[in-house]
Design a protein around this ligand. Structure first.
Ligand SMILES: Cc1ncc(COP(=O)(O)O)c(C=O)c1O
Length: 351
């Protein structure tokens, strides 16, 4: 038995995707000549309600190219201390782009307190500050929020952040790696969120099951600059239609089924909640991610290791928190088998 709940990035291309890859019409995308890439970009831009889009190799590259396109060296990237960009992208905006991370506390629901954002946009009140402080550059949000257990942030909250950003002439970038999970869970189109942001990065290779890639969407001037940054990062790909073709199917065929992943996550969560000494953290399960807390970090490590011996793979978030993620490769029966394995392992730890 092997039930891989580490991430929705372990999804593999569907048979239709493999066929589309084999049949893809291609050209040199750096010349703008790849018809399949062009179709994917037009489709993504249309779905996001933006003027344009650019296909990039990964979510990490999409976030970095976006931040570089928005900000000049020495500018602040104002973001949550639990965000993926801050914690898991090698500090790339800082290391490669000369941008300054200004992290604010993340609330349990994935939002960033407006007062904290306002304080982080410390515009100079007088000359002394003017000469000492770095300038604000861009505000980042994440939806769904990975480390906050796949929580869905409300469009109304986006509107509030957008209003604050507009007061100061700042762009807002959305790390929407799993934005379609938010849309399916809330029963709303992604434009309910994207209309409040200047740019959005959406992963095709997570729950949507494409093998590679993300799209970033925004207005024409932003995308032109992001395309330049992609080239600078070595991400100008040539006959990329081969990997864009499954991306088109990701957007056209794989969105509605995310509801199954959410249902499966709730089944897993209900089982996890019955384990002795284990609490869901957060207690709410909005989408396909379930995060739970063991009594200690050592317990979490031992639990994960013992589960692996039973064929169930989970991720360790550190500090006693573990994460399980449902996706196209996980059935309801897998969830029930995983819960049985968890019960057996937990009982063995306590005995
Ligand atoms: C919220 C979030 N943003 C960005 C990324 C980065 O995507 P990639 O792995 O394609 O670089 C991930 C990946 O897990 C993620 O969870």
């Amino acid at each position: 038995m092997r039930i891989d709940l580490r991430s929705d990035t372990v999804t593999v291309p569907t048979p239709a995707m493999r066929e589309a890859m084999a049949a893809a019409e291609v050209g040199d995308d750096v010349f703008g000549d790849d018809p399949t890439v062009n179709r994917l970009e037009a489709l993504a831009a249309g779905m996001a309600g933006k003027e344009a889009a650019v296909f990039v190799a990964s979510g990490t590259m999409g976030n970095l190219a976006s931040l570089l396109a928005h900000g000049g060296r020495g500018r602040d990237v104002i973001l949550g201390d639990e965000s993926h960009i801050y914690r898991y992208e090698n500090g790339s905006a800082s290391a490669l782009g000369g941008l300054v991370f200004r992290a604010v506390p993340t609330k349990a629901d994935g939002t960033l307190p407006l007062e904290a954002l306002r304080a982080a946009i410390h515009l100079p009140a007088h000359d002394y500050h003017y000469f000492h402080y770095s300038r604000p550059g861009v505000i980042c949000l994440e939806n769904t929020h990975n480390r906050c257990g796949g929580r869905v942030l409300a469009p109304d909250y986006f509107a509030e952040v957008a209003a604050l950003a507009a007061e100061h002439g700042l762009p807002v970038h959305l790390d929407g790696a799993r934005l379609f999970n938010a849309a399916v869970a809330a029963g709303r189109p992604i434009t309910d969120w994207t209309r409040h942001v200047s740019s959005v990065q959406i992963c095709l290779s997570k729950g949507l099951s494409a093998p590679v890639g993300s799209v970033i969407c925004g207005d024409a001037a932003f995308v032109r600059e992001a395309r330049r940054m992609r080239k600078m990062l070595g991400g100008g790909m040539r006959q990329a239609g081969v990997i864009a073709a499954p991306g088109i199917l990701a957007l056209t065929q794989m969105v509605a089924r995310l509801a199954d992943d959410h249902r499966h996550a709730r089944i897993l969560a209900a089982g996890v909640a019955t384990l002795e000494g284990v609490v869901l953290d957060p207690p709410e399960v909005d989408t396909n991610i379930v995060v739970f807390r063991m009594p200690s970090a050592a317990d979490a490590e031992a639990f994960a290791a013992a589960l692996e011996r039973e064929g169930v793979l989970v991720s360790d978030f550190g500090g006693g928190r573990l994460r399980v993620v449902t996706h196209d490769g996980i059935t309801e029966a897998d969830c029930r088998a995983a819960i049985d394995a968890m019960r057996k392992v937990r009982a063995g730890m306590i005995a």
